[in-house]
Design a protein around this ligand. Structure first.
Ligand code: C5P
Length: 238
């Protein structure tokens, strides 16, 4: 079975526009990320339709609530047959452990990963909510806690990936947005890395939106990133 490393971000307002893209992609080459906008607009039936079409789905809803509520939400999400879902590590140990136990009850348990510190936050905004540690210390603290709670990995920037890979070890999944092929437009991303560099930094899965979704030929853009990934993986395994 293939394990596509590319997760295409379906940042669309409705199913019709998302479906126009999905019809041009290939589930053997990518997985799909459904976030709060599309899920709120189209709901679980749309997610189930992607699963039915053979796609691995990362349901990016970043649950953060009391343990019982998060556990029940994770179980409901798992029943859709998704491949991955996430929670906020700042919800704490009891919440993450409850989430992990809930997904284990699913027929095919999805990967459960955590968000550490949102990349929209910086040192002053962390201080404003009472976090005195540096950004890196806080990312590391929350990633370690997620690992201790039995979560499968975290979402992280490629800059954080080497530190997390070294600290937590090789079994921990690192899922990385902010990816731009060398010739792509930055859009609103400030710090980007190429697919090859993200893999070399230790990322397992790459979240890629506009370089694929806005490309004149999305399948060709996907195939080009896939070729770069295969090339990098074959070099690193030599
Ligand atoms: O279009 P682009 O490749 O920038 O899309 C990246 C996707 O990854 C978007 O869905 C965005 O919300 C998400 N993301 C991100 N940075 C994070 C976490 C998630 O860009 N730190």
């Amino acid at each position: 079975m293939t394990d596509p490393r590319i997760i295409v971000a379906l940042d669309y307002p409705d199913a019709a526009s998302a479906n126009r893209l999905v019809a041009r992609l290939d589930p053997a080459l990518c997985r799909l990320k459904v976030g709060k906008e599309l899920f709120t607009a189209e709901g679980p039936a749309f997610v189930a339709s992607l699963v039915h079409r053979g796609y691995g789905v990362f349901l990016d809803l970043k649950f953060h609530d009391i343990p019982n509520t998060v556990a029940r939400a994770c179980l409901a999400a798992s029943r859709l047959g998704i491949w991955m879902l996430n929670v906020h590590a700042s919800g704490g140990r009891a919440m993450m452990e409850a989430a992990r136990e809930a997904v284990e009850h699913a027929a095919t348990p999805p990967r459960l990963i955590a968000v550490t510190v949102l990349t929209s936050m910086n040192q002053p905004t962390l201080a404003e909510i009472g976090v005195g540690d540096t950004l890196h210390e806080q990312v590391l603290r929350l990633a370690r806690l997620a690992a201790q709670c039995g979560l499968d990995g975290v979402v992280c920037s490629a800059q954080e990936a080497p530190m997390l890979r070294e600290d937590i070890g090789s079994d921990f999944l690192l899922v990385t947005p902010g990816i731009r092929p060398a010739d792509a437009c930055l859009d609103d991303q400030a710090r980007v890395v190429t697919p090859a560099k993200a893999l070399r930094q230790g990322s397992d899965y790459l979240v890629i939106g506009r370089p694929i979704t806005q490309a004149p030929d999305p399948l060709q853009a996907l195939q080009r990133v896939q070729a770069e990934i295969l090339n990098t993986l074959s070099r690193t395994s030599q």
